[in-house]
Each structure stands twice: as C-alpha cells, then as structure tokens.
Design a protein around this ligand. Structure first.
Ligand SMILES: Cc1cc2nc3c(=O)[nH]c(=O)nc-3n(C[C@H](O)[C@H](O)[C@H](O)COP(=O)(O)OP(=O)(O)OC[C@H]3O[C@@H](n4cnc5c(N)ncnc54)[C@H](O)[C@@H]3O)c2cc1C
Length: 221
C-alpha cells in the first residue's frame, strides 16, 4: 500500500481499538492508533475498572458496621476520599502501562530476542577489543571502556547510535523492517569516582537523552 505511512489507522485506544490494532499488527499490518486521552478507553479509565474499585470501596462501611456485631471494636471508621481516589488513580496508571506495553510488544517475544541479539552484535563490532559490553537490564546495556575519555566514549556511542538507527531488523510478523533506536548516556570516572556514582551519572545522562526525544547520545553532566 505505497503512498501511505500506515496500512491501518485506529481511532480510539479502548478495548475495541486496542484489540483490533493488535490483531491487524499480528497479520503484518503497519498500524497506528490515534487516542485523545490515554490508552485503555472507557472500560479501563472511566467505566468497568474505576466503577468496580469505587463500589468495592463503599462496601467497607457495611463491613465495619457488621464487625461490631461480631465483637470487633473498630472505633469510628472514617473515609479519606482523597486517598481512595489517589489509590484508584495509581491502579489506572498501572493498567495504562500494561496496555502500552501490550501495544509495544506487538512484534512478539521472539522478535524482541532477535532485536537484542542484533543490537548486541552491533555493540561488539563497534567497541575496542578490550572494552566490555554487558546487558544491564531488560533492554538496557552497559559498555565499559577502560582508559577512554568522555570525547572518545561519545564518539563510539554516537557511532553505535547511528549504526543501530540504520540497521533495520527484518522478519517482523509481516516480514517487513522494524526500525530500532537507542538512547545513550555517557559518563566518565575520575580516580575517586565510585561504581555507584559512575552508574548514577550514566543514568542521569541517559534520562537526558530520553527527555530530548530518544535516539540521542548525552554526556554527563
Ligand atoms: C460507567 C461504566 C461502567 C462500565 N462497566 C462495565 C463492566 O463492568 N463490564 C463491561 O463489560 N463493560 C462495562 N462498561 C462498558 C465498556 O466500558 C465498553 O463496552 C467498552 O469500553 C467499549 O469499548 P470500545 O473500545 O468500543 O470504546 P471505548 O472504550 O469507549 O474507547 C473509545 C476510545 O476512543 C477515544 N476517542 C473518542 N473519540 C476520539 C477522537 N475523536 N479522537 C481520538 N480518540 C477518540 C476515547 O478517548 C476512548 O479512549 C462500562 C461502561 C461505563 C461507562
């Protein structure tokens, strides 16, 4: 379908929109979702879930009243409305994150593994023989470059960032390309710098790279 950025455009990331987008993506369509609020729709954000949480919360008034009849002394129960709403909102945030992850995971775990392996190969080819590359978390890597100053580390990191940007991993469910990018934080150690401080500095530079729109290398400070 040349001439279009997407094969399938879904308006509204509610239960129906998300399900249909995921189904289309699983057949290889390039899908975009347009949503005016947050992912999850009426059921998650306004309807089924918040309703159940709030209705369940109101039942405790009856439970406390009944408890006295069974010998419990629960004092005078009071409801902190702000606390209830904050807890409900935290739960909605959690569900929202799950929905977003579900959409991001549309390519499947095997594809995720393959992306990690191919990105790892790029790291290995780009660094010097005595540098150390390690997977630091789920989708996080650390590269230790003994003796490299910040300028050298930046140059290597920028080369890695460019190579990954240009590297399209083929074999998505559609057999089509999947663009992959990385955000990089660079920090260098002075003789007195502890491991924890070095990692915190690299983390801080990484947050800066993400805040600047991702696919960027930032050097601490
Ligand atoms: C109070 C309440 C309680 C409910 N309780 C239950 C229950 O317990 N069990 C149950 O099965 N069902 C329940 N429902 C029904 C359930 O929420 C809906 O059936 C379900 O959400 C419908 O899903 P949907 O994807 O079709 O639409 P929605 O979930 O409404 O999603 C539509 C999405 O489109 C977005 N949107 C709308 N216009 C635009 C636009 N122009 N541009 C971009 N985005 C836009 C909206 O922001 C929304 O996120 C309840 C509904 C309500 C209101």
């Amino acid at each position: 379908m040349s001439g279009f950025d997407f094969d399938y455009l879904v308006i509204g990331a509610g239960s129906g929109g998300v399900a249909s987008a995921r189904r289309a993506a699983s057949y290889g369509a390039k899908v975009a979702i347009v949503e005016s609020v947050r992912v999850g729709g009426t059921c998650v954000l306004r309807g089924c879930v918040p309703k159940k949480l709030l209705v369940y919360g109101t039942h405790f008034a009856d439970e406390f009243a009944d408890a006295a009849g069974y010998g419990w002394d629960v004092g005078t129960p009071t409801l902190d409305w702000a606390k209830l709403i904050a807890a409900k909102n935290r739960e909605l945030d959690r569900l929202n994150a799950i929905y977003i992850k579900m959409l991001n995971d549309s390519h499947g775990h095997l594809m995720g593994d393959r992306v990690l392996r191919e990105v790892g190969d790029i790291f290995r080819r780009a660094v010097r023989i005595f540098d150390v590359c390690a997977r630091y978390g789920g989708e996080e890597f650390a590269i230790l470059m003994p003796g490299a100053n910040a300028a050298t580390a930046f140059r290597i990191a920028e080369r890695i960032r460019r190579q990954i940007e240009q590297h399209f991993v083929s074999g998505g469910r559609a057999g089509g390309p999947i663009p992959v990018t990385v955000s990089v934080g660079v920090a260098s150690a002075q003789p007195a710098t502890t491991r924890e401080t070095l990692i915190a500095h690299a983390d801080s530079a990484l947050f800066q790279a993400k805040a600047r729109g991702k696919n960027v290398v930032c050097v601490y400070p």
